[in-house]
Ligand binder design. Sequence first.
Ligand code: OGA
Ligand code: NI
Length: 377
Amino acid sequence: MVVTSRDEAPATLKPEYDRASELKAFDDTKLGVKGLVDAGVTEIPRIFYSPPDDMDNSASGDTQFSIPVIDVQGIEKDVTKRKKIVESIRDASETWGFFQLVNHGIPVSVLEEMKEGVRRFYEQDAQVKKEFYTRDHLRPVVYNTNFDLYSAPATNWRDTFYCLMAPNPPKAEDLPAACGDILEQYSKLVMKLGTLLLELLSEALGLNPNHLNDIDCSEGLAVLCHYYPACPQPELTIGASKHADDAFLIVLLQDHIGGLQVLHQDKWVDVPPVPGALVVNIGDLLQASLLIILLITNDRFKSVEHRVLANRVGPRVSVASFFSTGRRPTSKIYGPIKELLSANNPPKYRETRVSNYAKYFSEKGLDGTSALPHFRL
Ligand code: OGA
Ligand code: NI
């Protein structure tokens, strides 16, 4: 991973230029960041320059910490083992908000083919790919660069396409030919895994195992397929700015390149690629529905901020599965779990429609601040 000081940042960092029209011209190419790399750019356009704070690497690469790796083999059969695993998931969710999962039941061959499928999508014929380029969230496949392109302070060095795979998956013929089959197969397996994780998280909170699934935390699944092209100047931009996720729970498949970091005790800690593993993290909505509640502190389960560094080596491919119905209008309302409230632990967040939360999150963009304070009582 390339970690460079910002001392030589050019004076052009200040947007003394017509940013809006440069964004529009870039968006109109419909070729994304990959299009720039294919055209052979050696200097990145200034729309990608990140504010120096985003690039703060002073606390990077601290080896004193590493995010927990949890092995869930045998969890369905062995009660004692399950108890131990629930214990480690609770601990990881309280202290990190992030953990890696091994022996999760999704075959390595499926993981590999999923990453291959994403690569095939981005590396296919540009004319075919352009057909999917859109900012219309009602399309079955939404491919573009940065969902917050026009509102974020800086553009991220990343292209993304996403599909809502539950509760109403697109018709097979509406999915990209490059990866439709594997996307359907992978989504079914991730849904099964997410359902299990929500059972374990319910148990970790001392609730009935079905609680979080019963309140439909696993109803919606958005699968985001990211492509971070090799970057000629990784010291000037970032793959994904610091953010927390707008979902209940996220299951992330990353390739071997690395660059994902989580903010832990004010230090950026690497989430190193582990072959065959999936990265799991708690999103804002789970934090909002659980935290509120908890006996000692509202910060028991954490929706932790994270980011992805740009890298001279690439592309990097990742697939982020968001358990949330947020990207489609839903009138469902979430608030503090009543069972966990008491006189000493009154609700701290107001009841909120997922759609309102999602609207606020997407208008705010990845600006480095949390969406949650907006919903505090
Ligand atoms: C995200 C995210 C990390 C990655 O999609 O919200 O943080 O490694 N992705 O791509
Ligand atoms: Ni994220």
